[in-house]
Design a protein around this ligand. Structure first.
Ligand SMILES: O=C(O)CCC(=O)C(=O)O
Length: 256
């Protein structure tokens, strides 16, 4: 159980700055085990598809970079199914949203390979899956250290307070490069076991992994179940699963 006063301090930072880095949510041994499971899963899948955004090339001056990924990891390994309902994680998600109930939108495992791990241009997640009450947030669970040189996640503190911004769509929704260069954001360097929570209105992105070691993270996109999508888009396997509390929108129904 996470201490109530700590939860309150996380909620305050999230409301004011749009993000909070929770140190040591997982211990180092757990993070190491999840890292091994992540890399084993990527090996098992052996997919060629590279989810690097077309727009990411703007950040690398056209240089080819790579990303390895798997959506909805909880359908591939029980370890991840247990992780996304772990109260150490769901209690913080509930506290920062200010609701007792936490619903899954999707999960996304990213491995940024050594030396050429793809960057993400600055963007909000809002245009990908807009919701009425803007409760949606992301938690990025770090399974290894993510210093600046590994292309750690970067955020623009307080940017969520501006509400939804106009994005360009040319291979991934992103903010105009002239107004929103990556340098405008603050690097959130993290260690294995740390979890970065941020709202879907918080402007964020990440740089290239130029080190000799992979960067391994699991992104869990969560929302308040009482916050409906305003556009029917971005469906994924397992969407709607309740990770904590209940779904208060379910009433009655037929037998069987
Ligand atoms: O993992 C990263 O470096 C950033 C991921 C991201 O911004 C996203 O998936 O929206």
């Amino acid at each position: 159980m996470v201490d109530d006063s700590l939860l309150a301090s996380y909620a305050k930072a999230y409301a004011e700055e749009g993000y909070v880095l929770v140190k040591g949510l997982l211990d180092k041994a757990e993070a190491k085990a999840y890292r091994e499971e992540s890399h084993a899963l990527i090996e098992r899948l052996n997919r060629d598809a590279d989810p690097t955004w077309g727009s990411a090339r703007e950040l690398t001056m056209g240089r080819q970079t790579e990303l390895k990924h798997c959506h909805d990891v909880q359908f591939y390994s029980g370890a991840f199914a247990r992780l996304i309902v772990d109260p150490r994680f769901t209690d913080v998600a509930a506290a920062v949203m200010g609701t007792p109930n936490v619903q899954l939108h999707h999960t996304k495992l990213f491995v940024k390979p050594p030396e050429k791990g793809s960057p993400f241009p600055l963007h909000q997640d809002h245009p990908f899956f807009p919701h009425a009450k803007h409760s949606m947030g992301a938690a990025i669970l770090h399974f290894d250290d993510a210093p600046l040189a590994k292309g750690c996640v970067r955020v623009v503190p307080g940017s969520h307070l501006n509400g939804p911004l106009a994005h360009a769509e040319d291979g991934g929704w992103h903010l105009p490069f002239s107004e929103w260069p990556l340098e405008k954001s603050v690097p959130c360097e993290a260690e294995a076991g740390d979890v970065l929570f941020f709202t879907y209105l918080t402007v964020h992105g990440s740089g290239v992994n130029t080190t000799s070691d992979a960067r391994t993270t699991l992104l869990v996109q969560y929302r308040d179940p009482a916050d409906p999508p305003t556009v029917d888009t971005h469906q994924s396997l397992g969407q709607g699963m309740i990770l904590r509390g209940i779904d208060p929108t379910v009433r009655g129904g037929s037998a069987g």
